[in-house]
Design a binder for this molecule. Structure first.
Ligand SMILES: C=CC1=C(C)c2cc3[nH]c(cc4nc(cc5[nH]c(cc1n2)c(C)c5CCC(=O)O)C(CCC(=O)O)=C4C)c(C)c3C=C
Ligand SMILES: [Fe+2]
Ligand SMILES: [Fe+2]
Length: 330
C-alpha cells in the first residue's frame, strides 16, 4: 500500500431509532417500512395500513423493548457498529502506515449516508469501497443500502469511484470466527449443546422471486456445522423476526424451539449469523423472548452466543474483505 492511495471505506448498517421513545421509534419505522425493498406491497394498500395501524400501535410497544437493551451511549446497533468501525479504521491505518478514512452510515436514520459520504470527501477520498454489514445478501437489506447510497448521489456532480461489496456468507474468516465463538461458549459452559442457527427471516415470496438470501444463509450454517464437525442431529437452521400476515421463510424459530424439549433437546445454544452486530432482534427477541418460550416448554438450558460485534476476529475479517476489494486502488 502506498501513501498516495485515496480510497476510503463506507460501512453500512440498517439503522436504529435515535432514542428509545415512541416518537423516535415511529420516525425510524416510518422510514424503514416505507422502503419498497422491505415491504413491496402496492403503496395504495400499504400506506394506510402503515400509517393508521402499524405506526399507531407498534412504536410505544417497540420503544419499551428498546429501553430494555439501550446502552449508556445509545442503541446497541449504533454503538457496537461504531466501535467496530473505529477498530477497523485503526487496524487498517496501522497496516497502511497512514490514516485510511472509514465511516459508518445507516440506510435508515443516523448517521445518514450524506453525512458519512461528505466526511469521506473532506478527507480527500475519491474511491469508496462500500461494505454492507450483512453477511448474507438480501435485496431487503444489501440492495436497500445500495439504493440509499445512489439516492444520496443523485444530485452529486463529483461522483466517487465505487466498489460495492456483495456479501461474505462463505468467507473462510467469517466461518472460522463463528465456529470459534461457538467453541468459546462451549468451553465456558463446560459442555457442547445442540446448536440453533437463527436467521432474521424475510417473506418466502421474496425468495421465490429470486432473492438469494435463504441460499446464502443455508451455506453459512452448513459451513459452520462442517467446521465444528457437527452431525445433522447436532444442529438446526431456523428463521426469526416474522412480521405481518404472509408466509415468511420456514422453519419458524418460535415454533421449532417450542417443540424441541418434547423431542429430547432440552439444552441449546443459539447463534444468529445474519447479524454482524447485536441489536434489538438478538438481545431481546432471541435472548429474552425465544429463551423464555423454550424454557416454558420444558427447555432447561438456553444461551445465546453473541454476534461478532467489535471482536478482533470480526476486525480481521473486515480488514481482509477491505484489502481484497481495494487492490485496484493501491
Ligand atoms: C417488514 C419487513 C422486514 C424485513 C423484510 C426485514 C429484513 C431484515 N432485517 C434485518 C436486520 C434487522 N432488522 C431489525 C429490526 C426490524 N426489522 C423489521 C422488519 C423487517 N426486516 C422491523 C419492523 C424491525 C424493527 C423492530 C420491530 O419493530 O420489530 C434490526 C434491528 C434494528 C435495531 O435498532 O436494533 C436489524 C439489524 C435483516 C438482516 C433482514 C433480512 C435479511
Ligand atoms: Fe429486520
Ligand atoms: Fe423482531
Amino acid at each position: 500500500m502506498n501513501n498516495t492511495s485515496n480510497y476510503g471505506v463506507l460501512m453500512m448498517n440498517l439503522g436504529t431509532p435515535d432514542a428509545p421513545h415512541a416518537p423516535e421509534v415511529r420516525r425510524y419505522l416510518r422510514e424503514f417500512l416505507s422502503d419498497s425493498r422491505v415491504v413491496d406491497l402496492n403503496p395504495l394498500l400499504w400506506k394506510p395500513i402503515l400509517n393508521l395501524i402499524i405506526l399507531t400501535i407498534r412504536p410505544p410497544k417497540v420503544a419499551k423493548i428498546y429501553q430494555q437493551v439501550w446502552m449508556d451511549e445509545g442503541s446497541p446497533l449504533l454503538v457496537l457498529s461504531q466501535r467496530l468501525k473505529e477498530n477497523v479504521k485503526t487496524a487498517l491505518s496501522e497496516k497502511a502506515g497512514h490514516t485510511v478514512p472509514v465511516e459508518l452510515a445507516m440506510t435508515y436514520g443516523n448517521p445518514s449516508v450524506e453525512v458519512a459520504a461528505n466526511k469521506l470527501r473532506e478527507q480527500g477520498v475519491t474511491n469508496i469501497l462500500v461494505v454492507p454489514m450483512y453477511p448474507q445478501f438480501s435485496a431487503t437489506t444489501t440492495a436497500a443500502a445500495y439504493d440509499r447510497l445512489m439516492k444520496s448521489l443523485k444530485r452529486c456532480p463529483h461522483w466517487p469511484s465505487l466498489q460495492l461489496l456483495h456479501d461474505y456468507a462463505d468467507h473462510p474468516l467469517y466461518i472460522k470466527a463463528l465456529a470459534d465463538s461457538v467453541r468459546a461458549q462451549w468451553d465456558k459452559q463446560g459442555e457442547r449443546r445442540h446448536l440453533v442457527f437463527s436467521f432474521h427471516g424475510i417473506p418466502k415470496r421474496y425468495v421465490t422471486n429470486g432473492d438469494p438470501y435463504a441460499r446464502r444463509c443455508h451455506l453459512t450454517s452448513r459451513l459452520v456445522a462442517e467446521e465444528l464437525e457437527l452431525t445433522e442431529a447436532d444442529w438446526t437452521h431456523v428463521y426469526q423476526s416474522r412480521f405481518g400476515r404472509e408466509e415468511w421463510l420456514k422453519p419458524y424459530a418460535d415454533v421449532t424451539l417450542k417443540a424441541m424439549p418434547s423431542k429430547g433437546i432440552k439444552s441449546i445454544n443459539v447463534i444468529s449469523p445474519a447479524f454482524s452486530i447485536d441489536c434489538i432482534e438478538t438481545l431481546e427477541e432471541i435472548t429474552i423472548e425465544l429463551g423464555d418460550e423454550f424454557k416454558h416448554n420444558g427447555g432447561e438450558a438456553f444461551d445465546y452466543i453473541p454476534a461478532l460485534n467489535d471482536s478482533p476476529d470480526q476486525v480481521a475479517l473486515y480488514l481482509n474483505l477491505i484489502e481484497q476489494n481495494t487492490k485496484q486502488w493501491q
